[in-house]
Write a protein that binds this ligand. Sequence first.
Ligand code: NAD
Length: 498
Amino acid sequence: MRTIGHFIDGVETTGNSAEFQDVFNPATGEVQARVALATEADLNAAVASALAAQPKWAATNPQRRARVFFNFVALINRDMDELAALLSAEHGKTIEDAKGDIVRGLEVSEFVAGAPHLLKGEFTEGAGPGIDMYSMRQPVGVGAGITPFNFPAMIPLWMLSPAIAAGNAFILKPSERDPSVPVKLAQLLIEAGLPKGVLNVIHGGKSAVDGILAHDDIAAVSFVGSTPIARYVYATAAANGKRVQAFGGAKNHMIIMPDADMDKAADALMGAGYGSAGERCMAVSVAVPVGDDTADRIIAALKPRIEKLKVGPATDAASEMGPVITQASKDRIAALVESGVKQGATLAVDGRGFTLQGYENGYFVGPSLFDHVTPEMDIYKEEIFGPVLSVVRSKTYEDALKLTMDNPYGNGTAIFTRDGDAARDFAARVNVGMVGINVPVPVPLAYHSFGGWKASAFGDLNQHGTDSIKFWTRTKTVTARWPSGIKDGAEFQMPTMK
Ligand code: NAD
């Protein structure tokens, strides 16, 4: 049985771990590896290694730090097939989707290869008599990232790339359900020229996270996962005096206006609702057609597409949707589908009881489509995180907008229409962080930033883009006066620009 160790001070190690957790193959339900769970001593070793490495790394000029990322990007591309296979084997998503997971993370590493430019400060010459003022961005020291299972490459790369390029050392605590790719990424960074200790990876669940949140030598914490844990991480890290950003769950609505191209909208809903088995924080889980005629047309377009959807293991190149992550997740989704039926929604496509020959023990879930869903139903209130799409019919555009805005989550949303005025109004008024106009999954590119509103994000500053450079650095502002400017003796009043 393969053992997945931590990555501390440049080497993979099980450290002091006495406990291990099974890592499953979601397509077969078999245990394929076990992952070491960090003890307090393992976390302390990782932090000690990070603290020792950080000053020299911060003193390495930004251009040299950036070059490590140039090399890293090339190495990820070299090993893309191997990384994608490893990712799919633990997560279950298709190989092409696994490559998408890696590439969307790699793009953030490409973005931070511009660190010398991104880290430039501000300068004001002659801010007062003989006075120059300048601001510089300095690393926070040791940062930590805690990541979810659903993007085991992209989300670690969102965090570690800007943190490290800015001169920090970093502790990554990836999801214990699919921990191999993060360790592989750490090994590739060493191969790319990163000094040992600048990136350490420790595995574990709640106790590892609690150790990070309480550790005096960790200055900043970035979290991505479910909303209850995001709230907890935000509150606990802040109470311990740390800088923190914590991103949570989602319930993303897509509005379909009567003038939308129904075939394009249906294709968009297929990828956004069922891609990666619905296990994306930017998945569309609620379709909101405006008017009964629009609803009937979109459902008529969706049904044959869903019935044709090819569910299968990542090892089958024809698969369009893989299994969900665990048996518990599969059971939870099945219970929610039953609750939808009991609470009066119409099950327009019934994915219940799905099995795949040869993979009877895998965590495959058949795709379901609900019509006539109302906001009181559990399938509307819960983030299902599975291949279940709910249609909530609305009478008017204003009703559809209100539904989206009244939802407690605010990660992503989209509108499908040919009417520029409606699209513009929607983008301006909706209280959601990422908006798509005829784009169902509006995940911003690396040089913009990613983040939701409301219960989808706590704290300030988004992932990647210039926000990430701000999050992983502190501003220091220097006011300098040289002797030739001092001519009038001491001053005792608060200095103003009079
Ligand atoms: P999760 O909240 O269960 O786990 C996330 C991380 O927290 C993992 O590293 C896990 O080990 C740790 N953790 C789990 N329980 C904990 C506890 N009690 N105390 C402290 N730490 C704990 O999330 P998940 O199931 O891995 O991922 C799916 C969730 O993540 C979904 O809700 C999804 O919407 C969300 N997500 C959000 C974004 C975003 O950018 N907003 C992106 C991806 C995923």
